[in-house]
Design a protein. Structure first.
Length: 283
């Protein structure tokens, strides 16, 4: 089913505007933490993402913005190689992920920290024990099975909890924390993992507005402080504008624009979501 003519025209205007910004957004591809080059993924008769190209650099927060079903989660699955692409290439720190051996794939995945909408914590464990899960890829199989961590690893975990403002909750059960606090524990986990890239798939979708701002503020701060590359999917336009360095607009599996957040206009928003009716504006 094709897009309405009005939205097609808006896409064309936004694409032209984005093209005029190419000089200000272009960076050396060799310095990219994650690089997608003309990536296509098909599920059955559905093209989930179509000819997608973009890069995320160290110290940069890039937000994927778009409606549900626009291809955002599929991009994360392809970057982690949980889904194999039909065509195109994905590189992590200059290395194509598609021909890695099992050991090389595990090593690559250690550099990727994952943050999910539903936190993925073990409720009966304390915050620090959840955070220490980020070290599982760095210890022996026996140590991992017995959950035996070194003093240095425990210090890393405590420092990460301190960075997200939860040091005093270190020995409290995860399921006793609020949603926002649990997501901050998840951020501490990827910091303890010593990830170089953070992939955050709708990390604030289930949080109240105050907690959402806190989580995204921390993600932005640690990205800039530690030169981490952050790729984050969101639905909320206001949060994307507030915390992204760049915004990539996704629709029907394709990139519609890739522009600095400060240049994100109402026209760009309409190109993704359409115009609100009077009833929608009132609600």
């Amino acid at each position: 089913m094709g897009m309405p003519v009005s939205l097609t025209k808006t896409f064309a205007k936004v694409s032209e505007h984005a093209g005029s910004l190419a000089e200000t957004t272009e960076k050396d591809p060799a310095s990219a933490a994650v690089q997608l080059d003309r990536v296509t993924k098909i599920y059955g008769a559905t093209t989930a993402i179509d000819d997608v190209s973009f890069a995320v650099h160290p110290g940069e927060v890039v937000v994927l913005l778009g409606r549900s079903g626009s291809g955002k989660t599929t991009i994360f699955r392809c970057i982690t190689r949980l889904a194999m692409v039909e065509s195109g290439d994905i590189q992590v720190f200059g290395r194509s992920i598609h021909h890695l051996s099992r050991g090389e794939l595990l090593e690559m995945r250690r550099s990727l920290g994952l943050i999910f909408q539903q936190f993925n914590l073990i409720g009966r464990l304390s915050s620090i024990n959840n955070v220490l899960a980020g070290r599982l890829g760095h210890v022996s199989t026996l140590a991992a099975a017995l959950r035996r961590f070194s003093t240095a690893d425990r210090q890393r975990a405590l420092a990460a909890l301190d960075r997200v403002g939860l040091l005093e909750k270190a020995y409290q059960r995860a399921d006793s924390l609020s949603g926002g606090q649990q997501q901050r524990v998840a951020i501490a986990r990827v910091l303890t993992q010593e990830s170089r890239v953070i992939l955050a798939d709708e990390p604030v979708a289930s949080l109240d507005p105050k907690a959402a701002h806190t989580v995204l503020r921390i993600l932005r701060e640690v990205a800039h402080e530690r030169k981490l590359a952050v790729l984050c999917s969101l639905h909320q336009v206001d949060l994307a504008r507030a915390y992204a360095d760049r915004i990539i607009g996704m629709s029907h599996g394709r990139v519609q624009f890739d522009i600095p957040a400060k240049r994100f206009s109402d026209e760009a928003m309409i190109s993704l979501y359409g115009r609100l009716t009077d009833d929608e504006e009132e609600t």
